[in-house]
Design a protein around this ligand. Structure first.
Ligand SMILES: *[C@@H]1O[C@H](CO)[C@@H](O)[C@H](O)[C@H]1NC(C)=O
Ligand SMILES: *[C@@H]1O[C@H](CO)[C@@H](O)[C@H](O)[C@H]1NC(C)=O
Ligand SMILES: *[C@@H]1O[C@H](CO)[C@@H](O)[C@H](O)[C@H]1NC(C)=O
Ligand SMILES: *[C@@H]1O[C@H](CO)[C@@H](O)[C@H](O)[C@H]1NC(C)=O
Ligand SMILES: *[C@@H]1O[C@H](CO)[C@@H](O)[C@H](O)[C@H]1NC(C)=O
Ligand SMILES: [Zn+2]
Length: 492
């Protein structure tokens, strides 16, 4: 196995404290491959409430008829710079339903710009929770405050409805048994921190009603899997990437050290591991830190963006049934599985609400398509001389922390998003305090397998963008807003 984190990170000019605080201190190896003899999940455990750990495709769907799921997850603070990185990948690629690709963002609130959380959410991504201060949760004395506080702050200032904040990941993927109890107590639907080797431990996401059939690594104090029992809580494993010799290669951040300059090797291993998953349709995932795109400078950023974009395009050109989904949609599918030919009904495209003629609502995206996001409705909050955030939900009087995750506002009267969100694809207007109905562009389902310019790849990128609305989705941040954000956010 290759060294995963060889050298300390170079500090980028843009996000020094962000990056140093987010560098993983260790990368766990995959858990033990010996199936735990003590795992005993009865047949009474059935979806939607319960799901035994199993290597079989849910719903007894055959391999050739099952869709192939890919999850892209991104951890840590959301900032203007990380938002630009993900946009430049997601605006070159599309899902089979014609929508922009989506991922799951595990947000730690320290250093986060809440306005960009709002925008990330309203582009169709899933927002999940990753603590306030990003501590090693196996050691902290106040795990509940870290977990519940970050949930509350993201809801209050990011405007993500409570009912949509259903996932949690441990910083550094580090936990002990009682950490899971804290996650369950906070009411999450799923946890996603356990790394498995897909070649030997290809378990689909499952509930922990009967524990785990594997020993979760790197938990030093976790008892054997069967004792990790948490009724109704799902575990979505992280499947390790393998070398082309089937050795565990990386659990997060392929190419964490670009000085090795092994982009071709990484692409080769990504394709190899994907093909292994495809043989059984075990969901595939790439789990990353967007700060790792930025920390090494613009050249590395461009190479990493090109690598992920090329991989995505390759999956779509090579296989006709590859769906990029959020963790929430993956669980929803496992609870109610359908064959690949029914996926458009299961996951229709609801484009982000960006179209000429819309009113500009404070929701982090360019509703009226004039090229400026939230023109005149977003507020700039100078919380302390060092800490700053943009916000659609008012300016907190202090930086959210574990004792006061939702400080009172300095003034104004922005209205909190309802716990259930808005019905019928409405958009929450925090100024008017109501759900409004905005126009969403139509999306044409795509058929990558037989197209000569699939996935918006070479030559296909911008041609259709204004017609299908992708161009409007891409957030062109107003120049003034960007200038104000740069350099100010890193201490928050
Ligand atoms: C894609 O997003 C990036 C980063 O926000 C932006 O610079 C670029 O112009 C966008 N491309 C298109 C085709 O909209
Ligand atoms: C957390 O605890 C583990 C195991 O006891 C220890 O190895 C590690 O150094 C601790 N980390 C911190 C940041 O204290
Ligand atoms: C496996 O990866 C190595 C690089 O690590 C490469 O040299 C070799 O050609 C690859 N083999 C196959 C069959 O792809
Ligand atoms: C949290 O912030 C409040 C101000 O809102 C401050 O009084 C308190 O000391 C802070 N707590 C911690 C642990 O930093
Ligand atoms: C590609 O798929 C579309 C839609 O199913 C179909 O109309 C078209 O004929 C196909 N083209 C080729 C070259 O197979
Ligand atoms: Zn993290």
């Amino acid at each position: 196995m290759r060294v995963l984190l060889a050298t300390p990170l170079l500090l980028g000019a843009l996000l020094p404290s962000l990056v140093s605080s987010q560098a993983p201190t260790f990368v766990p190896t995959a858990g033990s491959s010996t199936p735990d003899a003590g795992y005993n999940c009865p047949s009474s455990c059935q979806p939607p409430a319960c799901k035994c750990a199993s290597k079989d495709i849910p719903g007894s769907i055959s391999v050739d008829k099952a869709p192939m799921f890919v999850t892209l997850t991104f951890d840590d603070a959301v900032q203007p710079a990380t938002f630009d990185v993900i946009n430049s990948i997601f605006n070159k690629t599309k899902n089979l339903n014609g929508c922009p690709l989506v991922g799951t963002f595990f947000v730690s609130t320290a250093y986060t710009d809440f306005w960009h959380v709002t925008g990330t959410y309203n582009l169709g991504n899933e927002i999940a929770v990753h603590t306030i201060n990003h501590p090693d949760m196996a050691n902290v004395t106040n795990p509940d405050a870290e977990i519940q506080g970050s949930l509350a702050a993201i809801n209050a200032f990011g405007g993500v409805p409570k009912s949509k904040l259903t996932g949690f990941r441990f910083p550094f993927l580090s936990f002990k048994q009682s950490s899971f109890a804290s996650v369950a107590k906070a009411g999450f639907q799923y946890e996603s921190s356990v790394v498995l080797d897909p070649a030997t431990q290809g378990y689909w996401p499952h509930t922990l009603d009967y524990g785990m059939p594997y020993s979760p690594q790197p938990c030093t104090s976790c008892p054997p899997g069967p004792q990790m029992v948490f009724k109704g809580l799902w575990e979505i494993p992280l499947y390790a990437l393998l070398t082309n010799q089937s050795q565990v290669w990386s659990s997060m951040d392929p190419i964490i050290n670009p000085q090795l300059n092994d982009y071709d090797v990484a692409l080769n291993y990504l394709k190899f591991t994907f093909q292994l998953h495809y043989k059984t349709k075990l969901p595939f995932g790439i789990y990353q830190h967007l700060a790792q795109y930025i920390a090494w400078g613009p050249d590395v950023q461009q190479k990493k963006i090109a690598l992920l974009t090329e991989f995505i395009t390759w999956t779509q050109n090579s296989f006709k049934d590859v769906w990029y989904v959020t963790n929430q949609d993956l669980i929803r599918w496992i609870q109610n599985p359908v064959t690949a030919d029914k996926m458009l009904e299961f996951l229709p495209c609801n484009m982000p609400a960006t179209a000429k003629g819309n009113t500009e609502i404070c929701d982090g995206i360019d509703n009226d398509g004039d090229g400026i996001v939230d023109n005149g409705v977003v507020e700039s909050c100078q919380i302390t001389p060092q800490a700053n955030t943009m916000s659609c939900f008012g300016c907190p009087r202090a930086v959210p922390n574990i004792t006061q995750p939702v400080p009172p506002l300095t003034g104004g009267s922005r209205k909190t998003v309802p716990d259930a969100g808005c019905p019928d694809l409405g958009t929450w207007d925090p100024v008017g305090g109501q759900c409004v109905k905005l126009t969403r562009p139509k999306a044409e389902p795509t058929n990558f397998g037989n197209s000569s310019t699939p996935g918006g790849g070479s030559g296909g990128g911008s041609g259709t963008s204004s017609a299908d609305g992708i161009g409007g989705v891409v957030v062109a941040m107003g120049g003034a807003a960007v200038a104000g954000l740069m350099g100010l956010l890193m201490v928050m």
